[in-house]
Design a protein around this ligand. Structure first.
Ligand code: SF4
Length: 316
């Protein structure tokens, strides 16, 4: 219990994503931790708490760890390459990783000594003054302070500065993870999937989270995983129609995988689906053009749906 949370504090603001439970607790719905709090209690992230019978954020406008980084430090692919990014985080985190490099921020309980006061507008102006093309919410999972982050993003937008959120994974029991465009034509090249499956199993979710992919597994994979789904997404397979939040049912006994969508919705989504751009030259382009669907066995002729051979022959 804590008695230091009050909406009278200028850094404490009401939040939207929570609901009441029958047992009179209040559940925070921001992240998979789903903290169920009595009055005065803080969530695992420490910065969200129950006060005045609602969930509040206690770190609005309190930030820490300001640093100008090359954007290449962020886990992004070709995002404003060569530019500088202004990084910051806040106290608290919804994770408890033993190897955390930012534990002095993410596990801090010392808001006042650690955090600087910075309004969204102050951060946006600082980024512009420092020549940063973007601002990154990082060091801890920004979903826990998203009310603040959203306002910072809006202020940055006014100054033509982009924002980046370095979030934690959000996979919890009962989820079905879908990874597509990792098949021989869509990848292309059948990248190793073991790191993904190992991460799921390593989180202790091997029995309660399933993985579906049009990519390939090697023999070392274990857990509730199904790969080689065909046709793969880039060839118009149904896996391309799946979106976040869809309900997927895997019935092992009847050997079926179903998504809770009607045929018209699937057709509409497939018609609107745009796969990521294919390589146009080199060995991967050649491979993607030649390879066939796993459902059709071994093929040796060029396939029409992706990376067709240009006039004059295949790229070399
Ligand atoms: S954001 Fe914080 S309070 Fe909310 S569920 Fe996650 S850890 Fe708990």
């Amino acid at each position: 219990m804590t008695d230091d949370v009050s909406l009278a504090d200028p850094h404490t603001v009401p939040t939207r994503f929570w609901h009441r439970l029958d047992d009179r607790r209040v559940q925070c719905d921001v992240c998979p931790r789903a903290c169920r709090l009595h009055e005065g209690q803080r969530g695992l992230c420490f910065v969200r708490a129950r006060a005045d019978d609602r969930i509040v954020l206690t770190s609005y406008g309190r930030s820490s760890g300001f640093c100008v980084d090359p954007v290449e430090k962020k886990p992004l692919n070709h995002f404003l390459p060569g530019s500088a990014v202004l990084s910051f985080g806040t106290a608290g985190c919804n994770l408890a990783c033993k190897f955390c490099q930012n534990w002095d921020i993410s596990k801090s309980r010392e808001f006042d000594t650690l955090a600087d006061q910075a309004t969204p507008e102050v951060i946006a102006q600082a980024a512009r003054r420092l020549g940063c093309a973007s601002v990154a919410f990082t060091y801890n999972d920004p979903v826990i302070f998203h009310e603040y982050a959203i306002d910072v993003a809006a202020a940055c937008h006014e100054h033509g500065i982009r924002t980046v959120a370095v979030t934690a994974g959000e996979i919890s029991e009962g989820d079905v993870v879908v990874i597509r465009n990792e098949g021989p034509a869509g990848g292309p090249g059948m990248r190793e999937m073991l790191a993904v499956t190992a991460a799921i199993v390593g989180e202790g979710l091997g029995e309660s989270v399933a993985l579906l992919t049009d990519g390939r597994f090697s023999g070392a994979t274990h857990g509730f995983m199904a790969a080689h789904i065909a046709p793969e997404a880039v060839r118009g397979g149904a896996i391309a129609a799946v979106r976040d939040g869809d309900a997927i049912t895997i019935d092992v006994d009847s050997r079926r995988i179903d998504v809770d969508l009607d045929g018209d919705e699937i057709a509409e989504r497939l018609a609107a689906y745009e796969p990521p751009p294919a390589p146009e030259r080199g060995v991967l382009a050649k491979y993607a053009a030649l390879v066939g669907s796993a459902s059709e066995g071994a093929l040796t002729d060029p396939q029409p749906a992706r990376a067709p051979a240009p006039a004059g022959g295949l790229p070399v």
